[in-house]
Write a protein that binds this ligand. Structure first.
Ligand SMILES: Cc1ncc(COP(=O)(O)O)c(C=O)c1O
Length: 495
């Protein structure tokens, strides 16, 4: 902990030798200051692990030249033999290369030596080189400097009571500014008293489902395409699911009879990308049960003004849910609910630990200062450009994405699930991660109610800017391959 804070404030070396911080020593390797934790008797193992970790996470890049064993041993106050043995071990494992005359350098093919980044050994944790899976924004665009400056100010000036257990409904300051922001940006009808801060949408959904179940609800209607994780959350709170058909006009509530509540993505259906048709919006607003409105990317509309929140049509029955996961970063776990008065106590009764009060206050200051709006505008412009590039690149191959010009993902329909799987596997072989519609389909949403849809759900926001061109080129290569795409007569684009 001490070391983390010291590093974060840029005080390199400040922890060296500090009591209670273990035996942390510093050496300069390849121009980088490396903190090496050599506590305990297993100094050799400590050095070996520290160097291996530094290579694995990229702090020591390929080709970086390491100091000679004599120099490193002197820097660290170790026996030269110890360092030489560590170098030999890492050479044997493939992390380092030793050549007479050019010294010891970080080896090229480190992935082969690292079970943690070896796709075959750990497919679930391995990071693909190019990632076009939907769900995550460009994390490299997180406004670190602004967030850090605000967080620093918040911590420096906050009274001690801010460090106490926070109000489970969320910090009043954040609820206050959110009420204004949501009214202005999304047309939500609310006041701070009806806003509840939660740890992202997933938490808000769990809390809402628990509250509904506690009040006797049994069935939640869900769009037949959506996140399995969200369906699992509802199931875990004791609700049964009823998948609703989704077509070019969004979800059809005609099939929701008997359900107590419905979960919808009205502004931008996830993952199909359509918007709920005005007639269906009106139907949803008049529908008898509770509507949970997942407004996960409502700020990101590119061709015209965003469709306002459905909540405004029925604030007494719609639970509106928003998140900072797309506009800032999912790791913050910051989200919010706007809860109808008659559900407020039931929802509040289910709240336990929410996000850190410091993060809540940092976000509140960001919204109040206009910094959050600026971040959303910057991101909107960047993602709009990316979407335009995606559309243009695919257009050159006479392929067209479906769905509205919005959000952080687009769908490229394919002739069938067989083709979908083939393209995804082929892409993986090119270091490109993709997901298909099949993985979002609700159990029991058979062809009869959902339509036999297949296609790629392309998350164009996720790669850092410098990787997007290559990610796009690889996508085009895999979808243009005649062996992977065969438009048969059974190809049916979305209505
Ligand atoms: C449809 C949908 N809803 C909500 C979210 C946000 O979830 P959370 O706020 O839990 O990160 C996402 C993010 O991937 C999403 O795709």
């Amino acid at each position: 902990m001490t070391e983390t804070w010291a590093n974060a404030s840029g005080e390199a070396g400040a922890v060296s030798g500090e009591a209670g911080a273990g035996d942390v020593r510093m050496a300069t390797v390849g121009g980088l200051d490396l903190h090496l934790d050599l506590s305990g008797h297993r100094v050799r193992l400590g050095l070996e692990t520290a160097l291996r970790d530094a290579i694995r996470i990229g702090r020591l890049g390929v080709g970086t030249r390491l100091p000679s064993s004599r120099v490193l041993a002197a820097d660290l106050g170790l026996a030269r033999n110890t360092v030489a043995e560590v170098y030999s071990q890492l050479v044997a494992e493939g992390w380092l290369t030793a050549r007479t005359g050019s010294g010891t350098t970080v080896a090229e093919r480190r992935a082969a030596a690292d079970p943690d980044v070896n796709d075959a050994a750990h497919p679930e944790t391995a990071a693909p080189r190019y990632d076009l899976r939907a769900g995550v924004p460009d994390l490299s665009a997180f406004p670190r400097r602004a967030w850090l400056a605000t967080a620093r100010r918040v911590l420096a000036t906050a009274p001690d009571r801010l460090l106490d257990y926070p109000d489970p409904r969320g910090l009043p300051q954040l609820r206050e500014v959110l009420a204004g922001y949501l009214a202005r940006a999304r047309g939500v009808v609310t006041d701070p008293g009806h806003i509840v801060i939660c740890a992202g949408f997933a938490h808000g959904l769990a809390v809402t489902c628990r509250a509904l179940h506690a009040r006797g609800a049994g069935t939640l209607a869900v769009e037949s395409y959506g996140h399995q994780a969200h369906r699992d959350i509802a199931l875990a709170q004791g609700l049964r699911l009823r998948p609703l058909p989704v077509d070019g006009s969004g979800a059809d509530l005609g099939e929701a009879g008997g359900a107590d509540a419905v979960l919808l993505t009205p502004a931008h259906q996830f993952p199909l990308g359509v918007t709920l048709h005005p007639r269906r919006r009106r139907e949803a607003a008049r529908w008898g049960g509770v509507v949970i409105e997942d407004d996960y990317d409502g700020e990101f509309r590119y061709d015209r003004q965003p469709v306002g929140a459905l909540q405004a049509l029925a604030p007494d029955r719609v639970v509106y849910a928003g998140t900072a996961s797309k506009s800032l970063a999912p790791s913050l776990r910051l989200g919010w609910l706007v809860v109808p008065p008659r559900l407020l106590d039931a929802v509040a009764a289910q709240l336990a630990a929410g996000p850190s009060a410091l993060d809540q206050l940092t976000l509140a200051e960001g919204i109040a200062s206009g910094g959050y709006d600026r971040q959303v505008r910057r991101a909107r412009l960047a993602y709009r450009r990316r979407r335009d590039r995606l559309v243009a690149a695919l257009g050159r191959q006479h392929r067209h994405v479906t769905g509205i010009a919005a959000g952080l993902h687009a769908v490229l329909e394919l002739p069938g699930t067989g083709t979908e799987r083939l393209v995804i596997t082929r892409a993986a072989g090119h270091g490109l991660a993709l997901t298909g519609l099949e993985s979002y389909r609700a159990d029991g949403a058979g062809p009869v109610i959902a339509g036999d849809r297949a296609g790629l759900v392309i998350g164009y926001a996720r790669p850092p800017e410098h990787a997007y061109t290559t990610a796009l080129a690889r996508l085009c290569a895999v979808v243009s391959s005649p062996a992977s795409i065969t438009d048969g007569n059974h190809y049916q684009p979305l209505a």
